[in-house]
Write a protein that binds this ligand. Structure first.
Ligand code: AMP
Length: 140
């Protein structure tokens, strides 16, 4: 796991040094409203233990975050009367990660003003698909 970074804003939120709109906390996880919400109810779920992102985290820590997401997502959806929910995790800068402490975004979606995350698909020939399939499987 990553070294502890005392400047990390999410560590300061967990400790209470930086205020947040906390919606849930237990021994392992902390959930709070995103300060720049892309929809009403946009929530972040983070582990209390230091971890850079999903690529850096133990099975146990990730499971606890995901279990909290599983429990909280339907409750948030109901509370804010959303129609759907996206779960989003950015891992590393190239994937849009800005805060380097694992966090799962819970993003409520509303019919009529749906936030689209999908972009144009990459066009691949079957041979290229096969090549990629083989390469990934060799790492599993
Ligand atoms: P990411 O791009 O996945 O690293 O997302 C980081 C998220 O953290 C962004 O959506 C920010 O709006 C959010 N964020 C940053 N600082 C705070 C803060 N002090 N309180 C709540 N959310 C924050």
């Amino acid at each position: 796991m990553s070294e502890v970074n005392a400047d990390n804003i999410f560590e300061k939120i967990i400790s209470g040094e930086v205020p947040s709109y906390k919606i849930y906390e237990d021994d392992n996880v902390f959930a709070f409203l995103d300060i720049n919400p892309i929809s009403i109810g946009h929530t972040l779920v983070i582990p209390k233990i230091k971890s850079r992102n999903m690529l850096d985290v133990s099975e146990d820590v990730f499971s606890k975050v995901m279990e909290a997401v599983r429990v909280l997502a339907p409750k948030i959806k109901e509370a804010v009367e959303a129609d759907g929910i996206n779960i989003h995790i950015n891992n590393e800068e190239s994937a849009g990660q800005k805060v380097f402490h694992l966090h799962a975004h819970i993003i409520p979606q509303y019919d009529g003003k749906i936030i689209k995350f999908m972009r144009d698909p990459v066009q691949l020939e079957p041979e290229r698909f096969k090549e990629i399939e083989t390469k990934i499987k060799s790492h599993i």
